[in-house]
Design a protein around this ligand. Structure first.
Ligand SMILES: Cc1ncc(C[n+]2csc(CCOP(=O)(O)OP(=O)(O)O)c2C)c(N)n1
Ligand SMILES: [Mg+2]
Length: 551
């Protein structure tokens, strides 16, 4: 169906719909599209091939969609996946939910049954839009070939507009295979962030200047809003202890004197003024209850919140996050928290970290998860990208792994979808080929997308996986036993040789039964040519100490 560009001046060039898709993607800087083969997508593939966009093919659409999200998480640019009609799109939906809650900009392209046959029972025919719409910022269907470039541009800018998130466009077979002239690009204006309210800014400055026990609690929108430099400036100008979650991790290096993590409960609870930056007050902040009742909250974000705040806030600053933090840094510089506050949090942080030494050095076999991370820390580069996917094993990673640069820590986020890791890791290593990319997995988590080691091997992507293999769905088994005195559907097969699965798929595998075997196995895996998996047997008795896991 594809006809090369016609050079006759009087006959405008026509391109098929797939080529029009690819040309707009290329104009937005897209280098690769994650996909799994489907006839509905052939013309998009042909277009990508003609435009020099790489196609990275995976083994389950879920991984393609999570790779698109992972690309965004590492690069702060939208990732793109193309999923075939019907089950291809339904298989990718979890990643849309994830990207929505993580504010990850991504574009999902869907194949679709031909429009002229809708309602007559075509293969894989279903209207995707009504069921993806609640998960995305924009969901639409191309209704003519000529419309395609404009739809891609709209979806792209919608994905990036704060709060950033996923966008979806599907392409009926007839429209995407037919040809049309390429319209002139509309040249959409870049998003202009709103300037926060002056009065609110003054109020925030006054609160910060008078604060005796201030804290900063920052989350993913700090990262999406490119606010890391301004955050450091503000924290240093006033001397405010900083706590980070989600994608904000690494936005202040873990070895910065104002960075704290273990002292978070006390820090948030006892603060008199809290600057809540780019993070919703959801379950991770006890719906606002993580801060003391009398604490004054200053909320800074890239846009108005998507949900009402669960408690009253003293000042709200929405729009240009970076500019707002800089303005606060300049104006609040005279403020000075009490020495006692800074010393208290620092000594608590040090004391709590010291209390972990025993577990980090735990000699048991099968291993304690914290021992795994103690060994891993010795071989990780400062800019290593660490991804976690699992239950307790991932929670321990969240506590033990230090991040030093933005975009180096990828966890599932509040949507908490097991199986996101291999897609994230694939994209991370493709985006940053020179860096270590380490994927920490529960044995349960491995089951969702372990076949993606085939993808990693075929594409020569050197991700290093580390499994905490405790033979159980730990984060479910322990809480259920605590509540009911017994557990059901929480056991896996002990000692499964996931390392051999990876070997069979073309990667390097090793089994670790005792602490002394771990470091050499990690070193071999990091030096391997291609993907590797270190299958570490961990102790199923160990339960991550948590206060709540559902709400
Ligand atoms: C897609 C999906 N299904 C189920 C869950 C519920 N869930 C959360 S953690 C967990 C256990 C994970 O087990 P594993 O990966 O082995 O890690 P462990 O807790 O044992 O360290 C389960 C089943 C989920 N979060 N996501
Ligand atoms: Mg497990």
């Amino acid at each position: 169906m594809f006809r090369p560009m016609n050079s006759e001046p009087d006959e405008p060039a026509k391109l098929h719909g797939g080529r029009l898709v690819a040309r707009r993607l290329k104009a937005h800087g897209v280098k690769q599209v994650f996909t799994l083969s489907g006839g509905h997508l052939f013309s998009i593939y042909d277009g990508c091939r003609a435009e020099g966009i790489a196609l990275v093919d995976v083994r389950h659409e879920s991984a393609a969609a999570f790779a698109a999200e992972g690309w965004a998480k590492v690069t702060r640019e939208p990732g793109v996946c193309a999923l075939t009609a019907g089950p291809g799109v339904t298989n990718g939906m979890s990643a849309l939910g994830s990207a929505q809650q993580n504010h990850s900009p991504m574009l999902m392209l869907g194949g679709r049954a031909p429009a002229q046959r809708w309602g007559r029972g075509s293969l894989q025919e279903v209207d995707h839009v009504p069921f993806v719409r609640p998960l995305v910022k924009l969901a639409t269907t191309a209704s003519a070939t000529a419309e395609i470039p404009g739809l891609i541009d709209d979806a792209w800018s919608e994905a990036l507009r704060p709060h950033s998130g996923p966008a979806f466009v599907d392409f009926p077979l007839d429209h995407v295979f037919m040809e049309a002239e390429e319209p002139e690009p509309a040249g959409s204006l870049p998003h202009q962030p709103a300037t926060p309210d002056e009065r609110m800014l003054d109020r925030a400055v006054a609160l910060l200047r008078d604060a005796e026990r201030p804290v900063i609690m920052a989350g993913s929108d700090l990262y999406w809003g490119h606010g890391e430099h301004a955050l450091r400036e503000l924290a240093e100008a006033v001397g405010i202890p900083v706590f980070l979650n989600g994608l904000a991790r690494g936005c202040l290096a873990a070895d910065h004197e104002l960075f704290h993590s273990r002292a978070r409960r006390t820090g948030l609870h006892e603060a008199d003024v809290a600057l809540v930056v780019g993070v919703p007050m959801d379950f991770r902040l006890a719906f606002g209850g993580a801060f003391g009742d009398d604490c004054e909250l200053i909320v800074v974000d890239v846009a108005e919140p998507e949900r009402e705040h669960p408690r009253a806030v003293a000042a709200e600053l929405y729009g240009d996050l970076d500019g707002t933090l800089r303005a606060l840094a300049g104006a609040a510089a005279g403020g000075s928290p009490t020495r006692a506050w800074l010393e208290r949090l620092r000594s608590l942080e040090t004391e709590l970290r010291a209390g972990e030494h025993e577990q980090l050095a735990d000699p048991r076999a099968p291993l304690h998860p914290l021992r795994v991370y103690a060994e891993l820390a010795k071989v990780l580069d400062r800019d290593a990208i660490v991804i976690c996917d699992g239950g307790d094993f991932a929670s321990y990673a969240g506590r033990a792994i230090d991040s030093h640069e933005p975009g180096c820590w990828l966890d599932p986020g509040p949507f908490g979808c097991l199986g996101c890791g291999p897609g994230y890791a694939l994209a991370a290593k493709l985006a940053r080929p020179g860096r270590q990319v380490v994927l920490l997995l529960g044995d349960g988590a491995f089951g969702f997308s372990g076949m993606e080691w085939d993808t990693l091997a075929r594409h020569g992507v050197g991700v290093v996986g580390v499994i905490g293999n405790n033979g159980i769905w730990g984060l479910e088994k322990h809480p259920m036993e605590f509540l009911y005195g017994y557990s059901v559907v929480a056991d896996l097969r002990p000692g499964t040789r996931y390392d051999r699965v990876v070997e069979a798929l073309g990667g390097h595998g090793s089994l670790v039964r005792a602490p002394a075997e771990l470091r050499p196995a990690l070193e071999r895996a990091l030096a391997a040519d291609g993907p590797a998996l270190v299958n570490v047997l961990t102790d199923p008795v160990i339960a991550y100490p948590r206060s709540s896991n559902l709400a």
